[in-house]
Design a protein around this ligand. Structure first.
Ligand code: GRF
Length: 202
């Protein structure tokens, strides 16, 4: 299976996938990363891809006259690599109709909270501010909402009294990286069906 991974930041989830595939081999894992895309340049996620010798592309909203044109350009940039599965690993843009028309049903996102709680760009901060006792991470298929697609897997992380946002996010990311590596591998090796809100991995 061919994976394209989309990033916007440090890329530690991307790195976890790279390390797993290097350790187990693409055959055994069931997938290889064929390209990494981003919505901005100068980020560690792209540097990680370059160090791994992978093709990269950057698709910036401000380089396009409209959001729809950006969305179409992103879809085309991803499609050029003929992915079987697209993974958003900290990609911080909401894709639109064109992208979903082409990759819906094979576009996976990881979110650092237990959806449907705390969707959006500040899930870690929101859970902390709310006074939740547990939070975690969610790997889900992307649909036309924000963090609302069918859930594939979740991992629970306790919130400690002394936590600030970055300490909690780091602890969530330890669980999230393992969850993402496990889910992507299972989807790639075994195939899956999406039945309404249920994801059935064969
Ligand atoms: C992850 O926790 C992801 O869920 C969130 O941003 C973080 C990205 O981390 N959207 P990294 O870029 O993979 O290190």
């Amino acid at each position: 299976r061919r994976l394209v991974v989309l990033v916007s930041g440090s890329g530690t989830n991307l790195q976890a996938l790279l390390d797993e595939i290097a350790a187990t081999g693409a055959e055994t894992y069931g997938a290889e990363i064929v390209a990494v895309g981003a919505d901005r340049d100068g980020i560690e996620g792209l540097a990680r891809a370059e160090r791994a010798g992978l093709p990269t592309f950057v698709c910036k909203v401000r380089d396009h006259a409209t959001r729809e044109e950006w969305d179409a350009a992103l879809a085309a940039a991803v499609a050029a690599h003929e992915p079987d599965l697209v993974v958003s690993a900290g990609f911080m843009k909401i894709v639109g109709k064109e992208f979903l028309a082409r990759f819906g049903g094979r576009f996976v996102n990881t979110h650092p909270a237990l959806l449907p709680s705390f969707p959006g760009a500040h899930g870690v901060r929101d859970a902390l501010a709310y006074g939740a006792k547990v939070t975690g991470c969610t790997v889900h298929f992307v649909d036309d909402g924000v963090d609302t697609g069918p859930i594939i897997a979740q991992g629970v992380v306790e919130i400690r009294d002394e936590d600030d946002e970055s300490a909690l996010h780091e602890r969530i990311k330890e669980v999230e990286r393992r969850l993402l590596v496990d889910v992507v591998g299972r989807l790639a090796r075994r195939g899956y069906r999406i039945e309404g809100r249920k994801v059935v991995i064969q």
